[in-house]
Design a protein around this ligand. Structure first.
Ligand code: AMP
Length: 399
């Protein structure tokens, strides 16, 4: 279905078309009529599904720009998601008089307060900064008509349940609440039960299988060879943008030093950077001013970088969900992407489980250690002498 088939005012429709959106994504098709009709919503949907615009379009329509007050509130778990969300609203609202604004930890409070006093219609915020402003009386929710909890499962993982309940309790007038989550564990169900009124439910997650738009490469290496292999790989590949994940920030720093000797346009991001620096790197990468980004998991969840052609796991992510989040930064909105994961000996059993449980069709660059391991175990069982595995499995040449 096309956006033009909906009853969207021409100034919003024009902005959407300028952004290149014509056909609605499934989550937009399912959520738009529910939100526009004023119902509460409990949606199972992931980042990359187009859920930001699904909310932003009807939300902008609901705002009365003549009323100088916050009318829409969006709560997100991280600072980067806050920037991403508000940027999307700004684009969609650019031909209207609706003013969106984001508040999040680490940003100058005087600027926030001046902007809030001047007039904001849609506020996107992380819970910590929101509580701060609620306690100090900087914010009033008197006119909020729609509250959105985005990435609710992430919000709750960071232990924000009580904070969220308190924030929502500060909205005194009757309002609409929309909850988006990628999973529905018990505490989200409780939140949904406590905060939503007669909600409509939609589920856009039908299977947990890895998306087919991503080719999953793995390479089994001795730690001392990893850097050479990575550099060679990146030089041989047609890299539009690469996101290279490391498990610790000191590793990000070290890798940044190594990679920038080999390539131009390299940046890094982790939670140890000041918020200004983090936001600036994030924007530069999003606008393709940085080609190779070394990152800790602050960049692993939810963020939408539509030009990333390659994701590299310099080390095995801790947990298969994190693997899905990290690799999901590529292969977005119908584009193809490649993920390369470095595997060392201690990680073999984790890798075996990851491949099986995430239903990945792995492509091994160089030796496939799982095949070799299987053959070894088979031979041990049959008490046959071991001969090296030749050409079995899907393999490609060492880069
Ligand atoms: P989200 O799930 O909101 O993070 O959106 C993921 C990406 O999809 C963003 O880059 C959006 O700009 C893009 N997007 C959202 N809706 C559409 C659409 N209808 N057509 C094309 N791209 C879209």
């Amino acid at each position: 279905m096309k956006f033009s088939e909906l009853n969207i005012p021409s100034n919003i429709l024009g902005a959407i078309e300028k952004m290149g959106y014509e056909e609605m994504t499934p989550v937009q098709e399912a959520a738009y009529p529910i939100i526009a009709a004023g119902h509460d919503l409990c949606a199972l949907a992931e980042t990359g599904s187009g859920k930001t615009a699904a909310c932003a379009i009807p939300l902008i329509q609901k705002v009365d720009p003549e009323l100088n007050a916050i009318q829409g509130l969006v709560i997100v778990p991280t600072r980067e998601l806050c920037i991403q969300y508000v940027t999307e609203i700004q684009h969609i609202a650019r031909r209207t008089n609706v003013v969106p604004f984001a508040v999040y930890g680490g940003f100058d409070k005087d600027i926030d307060i001046a902007k809030l006093k001047h007039g904001v219609h849609i506020l996107v915020a992380t819970p910590g900064r929101l509580l701060d402003y609620l306690y100090s009386g900087v914010l009033s929710f008197e006119h909020v008509k729609c509250a959105i909890l985005d990435e609710a499962d992430e919000l709750l993982k960071v232990g924000f349940l009580e904070d969220i309940e308190f924030i929502l309790s500060c909205i005194i007038r009757e309002h609409q609440t929309l909850l988006f989550s990628a999973t529905m564990p018990e505490d989200i169900k409780k939140l949904a039960h406590d905060c939503l009124r007669d909600p409509r439910h939609i589920s856009l997650i039908t299977e947990r299988k890895a998306p087919e738009s991503i080719d999953h490469y793995f390479t089994y290496q001795h730690p001392k060879d990893k850097l050479d292999v990575l550099v060679k790989y990146l030089k041989e590949e047609d890299v539009k943008q690469a996101l290279i994940f490391c498990n610790a920030r000191h590793v990000v720093d070290k890798m940044y030093g190594s990679i920038r000797k080999e390539f131009e346009s390299v940046g890094y991001i982790h939670a140890g950077l000041s918020q200004d620096k983090r936001s600036s790197v994030f924007r530069q990468f999003k606008n393709m001013k940085i080609r190779y980004l070394l990152a800790s998991d602050v960049a692993g969840r939810g963020l939408d970088f539509s030009h990333v052609s390659h994701v590299v796991n310099w080390s095995m992510p801790r947990g298969r969900e994190l693997y899905t989040h990290r690799t999901g930064r590529t292969g977005r909105m119908g584009k193809k992407g490649k993920a390369l994961t470095f595997v060392t000996k201690p990680e073999l059993s984790d890798i075996r489980e990851l491949i099986a449980r995430n239903k990945i069709s792995p492509c091994w660059i160089g030796k496939d250690p799982l095949q070799a391991n299987n053959s070894l175990q088979e031979r041990k069982k049959k008490k046959r002498p071991f001969r090296p595995n030749r050409g079995k499995g899907k393999q490609v040449a060492t880069p």
